[in-house]
Design a protein around this ligand. Structure first.
Ligand SMILES: Cc1ncc(COP(=O)(O)O)c(C=O)c1O
Length: 447
């Protein structure tokens, strides 16, 4: 019996009713479930692919796991930042047992701002940018806080067409719909015209326009925008805000993987540059960061994160502090004190902060080796993968992702079919199996 992430327990057998649901039981259950609840389908694609991989291992196959979204060492064990593990284990009993303050522990909230803004924080503060942070259960909690408060129910949130699947559920749960623009434009980078058009269109009919951008190190592609592209995005938002003065615009940067990227704090740096270059920050534009400790500190199960919002007007961030605190209170009460305490403690001391960073650099290097090898082999075999730069994943755009994934599975390579393509979990694949994954994709494409 193997238990890994999310307490998903696999006993070696995939039972039909677990994957497809028992239709009869569903009819009865629907008499209790409201309309929205009835739209919720189990069988998370990623976890069922992972179960398929486990089944292959149980049958004795030399299978490759490219399914899950957690960093695994080359021996297949979960990569754990040892400094974090030590600090969590050595936390005093009171920090484990007690509630955290509803909005979060002050030292952690301060750290969350630094995790969002990096070294640019001081300069942004100097030029009058104010910030607020609210602790949340993971990055998911931070996304929920934004969904619950920064858009009107019934309105649309602007996403790129390739995005992390759970976004759809967080937004739907808050009564929100989705509008999308393409992940890539003609020159294989940001599709700026589509972003501008998307913002303009929504602003015609909505009084609030929010857009979520998972950058750098996008899930599911590993794409990171360049500094020029970040600048174009910021200008697109500030132009849209100036053109539509009665509309509130929120740009949310989902920073779930940012510490593993080459420019972890690129957004804060680009913002600083833009403000120095004379970009005006319209009062109706808000920037917000969804911070997750899950990957950055390898504490997936401790559920640590924060929503950090920044704006030039202090009264705006003060009001947001109240609203987010009340939302947390009414949803999950307080967030995990242990996660907040232990991670803040690590970064309060330069020695332990450096030890955390050394481990993080080691993990980033593992990801880089796998990605470089994957890109090189795909180039050699002419596998047309998407641009991929940082973080946990790579992506093959394809109109029949299920066909590709099934074909790879015949060669004992397990990947994830998602809307519009195949996600390759470089984070989970041992470096010496990377070439095999590229070969199996190449074979699948020939069929
Ligand atoms: C794109 C993205 N955003 C946010 C999260 C949130 O992670 P968590 O809630 O575990 O912190 C994840 C986790 O997989 C993710 O992939």
């Amino acid at each position: 019996m193997i238990s890994l992430l999310y307490g998903f327990v696999y006993d070696g057998q995939i039972k039909e009713h677990e994957l497809f649901g028992d239709i009869m039981a569903e009819d009865t259950a629907n008499s209790f479930l409201n309309d929205f609840a009835q739209t919720k389908q189990g069988n998370d694609t990623i976890f069922s692919c992972w179960a398929r991989y486990q089944e292959a291992i149980a049958q004795g196959h030399d299978a490759v796991n490219g399914t899950i979204g957690a960093l695994l060492e080359n021996d297949g064990s979960l990569a754990i930042n040892q400094t974090v593990d030590k600090f969590v284990r050595n936390s005093p009993p009171i920090e484990i047992a007690a509630y955290a303050p509803l909005k979060g522990l002050p030292d952690f909230l301060d750290l969350a701002v630094t995790l969002a803004l990096g070294d640019a924080r001081e300069e942004l503060e100097n030029i009058g940018v104010h910030h607020t942070a609210t602790a949340s259960p993971g990055g998911s909690g931070a996304l929920f806080l934004a969904a619950a408060n920064y858009a009107d129910r019934g309105s649309k949130v602007l996403l790129r067409d390739r995005h992390w699947g759970p976004y759809d559920g967080f937004l739907a749960g808050c009564g929100l719909e989705i509008a999308t623009y393409p992940l890539l434009g003609a020159s294989s980078g940001l599709d700026l015209p589509a972003l501008e058009a998307g913002l303009g269109n929504l602003a015609q009919s909505q009084s609030k326009v929010m857009s979520w951008l998972n950058d750098p190190a996008h899930n599911p592609t590993g794409l990171s925008l360049t500094s020029e592209e970040r600048m174009s995005v910021l200008r697109a938002f500030s132009n849209a805000a100036m053109e539509h003065e009665d509309v509130g615009f929120t740009l949310l940067i989902d920073a779930a993987y940012h510490v593993y990227a080459r420019e972890p704090h690129g957004w804060a740096e680009t913002l600083t540059d833009a403000l120095h270059d004379g970009m005006e920050w319209p009062a109706n534009l808000l920037l917000t960061f969804a911070i997750s400790l899950s990957k950055s500190h390898t504490v997936y199960g401790l559920r640590g994160g924060a929503l950090v919002s920044i704006h030039p007007d202090n009264s705006v961030v003060e009001r947001i502090t109240t609203v987010m605190g009340v939302t947390g209170r009414q949803t999950w009460s307080a967030s995990s004190r242990l996660a907040q305490y232990s991670i803040a403690k690590i970064h309060s001391d330069s020695e332990s902060g450096a030890a955390w960073s050394d481990e993080k650099v080691r993990m980033t290097e593992i990801l880089k080796q796998r990605r470089d090898l994957f890109i090189a082999t795909c180039q050699k075999l002419k596998v047309p993968i998407n641009p991929t730069h940082d973080g946990f994943f790579a992506w093959l755009e394809h109109e029949d992702p299920n066909g590709i994934v099934d074909s790879c599975a015949l060669e004992q390579v397990y990947l994830v079919p998602l809307n519009g393509g195949v996600r390759i979990g470089l984070c989970a694949i041992p470096t010496d199996k990377i070439e095999r994954v590229a070969v199996s994709l190449s074979n699948a494409l020939k069929e």
